[in-house]
Ligand binder design. Structure first.
Ligand code: FMN
Length: 177
């Protein structure tokens, strides 16, 4: 069985989480972890499970304007942030825009600030909605992985992401939710 993890990332945190989810999925799947800029239709064409995630920007999925703001914020020397290749896009929103119907099992994740989701927003909710709109069968609740105010992953989040991936894999093996 094949799984593909498609991620968008500005500062690398969502990339690290995508890699960790991929490691968890490897308990049951052949896994590819692919940045959204390289996730053409052929990449997910014969996948049995597609896991999609990105950073929360302005309470939801990034836009061109928020990605530009993210790159500008990284220019401040104090932050010590480096920007991923292709950070300016296209992002997940544009990726979904060019995607045809995909009747494949799927799940959504995001990274976001620590705090109640009602206050921070979470991109995974929008990703889940777009997955359903494109015909994916969403098999798990959207999941968030947390970053600090300095845009670094909270301790344990990579481990939690690996566990989440492994649970997704176990659920697919047993055919359940
Ligand atoms: C322009 C911008 C807007 C953001 N808006 C939010 C937000 O509304 N809620 C939130 O929880 N985090 C917000 N953040 C923090 C991001 O979620 C955080 O930078 C991201 O999870 C880091 O992932 P990455 O390293 O993969 O880019 C924002 C960050 C940027 C740069």
């Amino acid at each position: 069985m094949r799984a593909v993890v498609v991620y968008e990332s500005m500062y690398g945190n969502t990339h690290l989480i995508a890699d960790a989810i991929g490691a968890g999925l490897r308990t049951a799947f052949d896994v590819r972890v692919v940045p959204v800029s390289q996730a053409g239709p052929e990449v997910i064409a014969d996948a049995d499970l597609v896991v999609v995630g990105g950073p929360t920007h302005a309470h939801g999925i990034s836009r061109a304007s928020t990605r530009k703001a993210a790159v500008q914020a990284a220019d401040k020397p104090a932050g010590g942030l480096t920007v991923e290749p292709d950070a300016l896009g296209p992002g997940l929103r544009e990726w979904f825009g060019q995607l045809g119907s995909c009747p494949v099992q799927a799940a959504a994740f995001d990274t976001r600030m620590h705090g109640p989701a009602a206050l921070t927003g979470r991109a995974s909710k929008g990703v889940s909605r777009l997955l359903r709109e494109r015909g994916f069968a969403v098999v798990a609740e959207p999941e968030s992985f947390l970053v600090t105010k300095q845009d670094r992953l909270e301790p344990q989040e990579q481990e939690r992401a690996r566990d989440w991936g492994a649970r997704l894999a176990a659920g697919r093996r047993s055919g359940g939710e």
